[in-house]
Design a protein around this ligand. Structure first.
Ligand code: ZN
Length: 198
């Protein structure tokens, strides 16, 4: 099941209200609301300095980033990159290893290079070296030859759900299925490129 804004039908993350900030008429905007409102107008995740500039231009105010990590509506997309669930990022997650591990759970066994391609296409700004390095220590997955394999146990699934901050009818399957669809689309392109550039 997906959650959508009752006004504009945009896809909503588990920690967003039933309407976008922009779709709620005439209300006071907190610092977090202002960041969310700027991101709602963007078609993709943005760097903090782009949000800063846009907030000044379109909302006539400054925004601060000190508590951004605590705002469950914001989805982390890499160092100083933030977006919303509607942009395709995972909710709740704030680190490379957790984001990568969740994509491995959505994808099934996958090589690091393919995973890197998929995550970049989804909108994560991460480095391939960081990705390889952190995956060796991530407890939610196992290494099997070249492949990263999800470690499926009830404990891990509970930890995944907690990490994603799931609430409001959005389930672990909903988030993993959406990530799985992204993997399918971008892996098809990855494989097509491999076959034309062997
Ligand atoms: Zn809306």
């Amino acid at each position: 099941m997906t959650r959508n804004c009752r006004v504009c039908n945009a896809e909503l993350g588990p920690q967003e209200a039933p309407r976008c900030v922009t779709c709620q008429s005439s209300r006071f905007l907190s610092n977090g609301d202002a960041i969310v409102a700027v991101l709602e107008r963007s078609s993709m995740p943005l760097a903090t300095w782009d949000v800063d500039r846009e907030a000044r231009v379109s909302l006539g105010r400054r925004v601060g980033w000190r508590y951004a990590g605590d705002d469950g509506r914001l989805c982390w997309g890499g160092r100083r990159i933030w977006g919303l669930y509607r942009h395709g990022l995972l909710p709740g997650v704030r680190t490379v290893p957790k984001a990568a591990a969740i994509y491995i759970h959505a994808a099934g066994p996958i090589e690091t290079q393919a995973l890197y391609f998929v995550m970049r296409r989804v909108g994560y700004t991460i480095s391939p070296n960081t990705l390889s390095a952190v995956l060796s220590y991530e407890p939610w997955i196992m290494r099997h030859g070249w492949l990263n394999v999800p470690r499926s146990s009830r404990t891990v699934r509970n930890e995944l759900a907690t990490e994603l901050g799931l609430a409001r009818r959005l389930t672990l399957s909903d988030v993993l299925n959406r990530a799985g669809e992204q993997v399918e689309i971008h892996l098809a392109e990855y494989n097509a490129r491999l076959s034309t550039n062997p």
